[in-house]
Design a protein. Structure first.
Length: 238
């Protein structure tokens, strides 16, 4: 079924205002494949419409938008192993040169706020994490032998999910390429939530690359809580 996303002028102006804070260009890549045609709604097309429209509203064309085929990019697939790879049924949107922030789904509904915030984070490289947390994280990241992923399960109608997702994104930006934030739309593909027994969102799963993730939080954790869990995973990965 074909759907079209229309953004009214008032919303366009609001997006322009948010994106006016951009400093450096940001690369956004939409990875799609045959799975886009397996569902009633082609979410890859919706993701394409949303991201391409946002790119057009960026100042001085600072958003560089590209489309690629997921199956032809094994490095991206590897980032999702083993927690998510077997169930990719939605578009994968990467933000930043190192794909530090990933969206599995289409950034619409409540998640549009987080998506725009992610672009600003990737552009300015400035987060709201406290100086103490940033300093401790910097020391912890040095000990990481492999990348750590933070998967935040959200839904398009969840009003609290953007806060949890933005917090995870901040850790990814401060993680020097060793922390990947994955925003996972559980309303489009509920299998991951079912596997972990998750009945409420936001929920956060964390794990080291190559290892199955562990459910860490239901609700919005503090930055201190996330830092403590990161430290635990670093110790497990030594």
């Amino acid at each position: 079924m074909s759907y079209s996303i229309e953004i009214d002028e008032r919303t366009r102006e609001a997006i322009r205002e948010i994106l006016s804070s951009m400093v450096n260009p940001v690369k956004i890549v939409l990875y799609r494949d045959k799975f886009c045609e397996w569902t009633e709604i082609n979410w890859c097309e919706i993701a394409k419409q949303v991201v391409s429209e946002i790119a057009k509203l960026s100042p001085d064309s600072k958003i560089i938008f590209e489309e690629k085929t997921l199956s032809e990019n094994p490095d991206i697939v590897k980032l999702l192993e083993p927690t998510i790879t077997s169930r990719i049924k939605v578009p994968v949107v990467c933000i930043g040169e190192n794909c530090e922030i990933m969206y599995l789904g289409a950034p619409i509904g409540e998640e549009i706020r987080t998506f725009l915030d992610s672009i600003i984070l990737a552009s300015t490289r400035r987060t709201n994490l406290s100086p103490k947390t940033r300093e401790e994280l910097k020391n912890v990241v040095k000990q990481l032998q492999r990348r750590l992923y933070i998967v935040t399960l959200v839904t398009q109608a969840c009003p609290y999910c953007p806060y949890a997702a933005s917090l995870a994104n901040s850790f990814a930006i401060e993680g020097e390429g060793k922390i990947i934030s994955i925003i996972y739309d559980a309303s489009l593909d509920p299998e991951l939530a079912e596997e972990y027994g998750i009945t409420m969102v936001p929920a956060i799963i964390m794990g080291l690359e190559g290892f199955k993730g562990r459910l860490e939080f239901i609700g919005i954790p503090s930055e201190t809580d996330i830092l403590e869990r990161i430290i635990e995973h670093v110790k497990m990965g030594r």
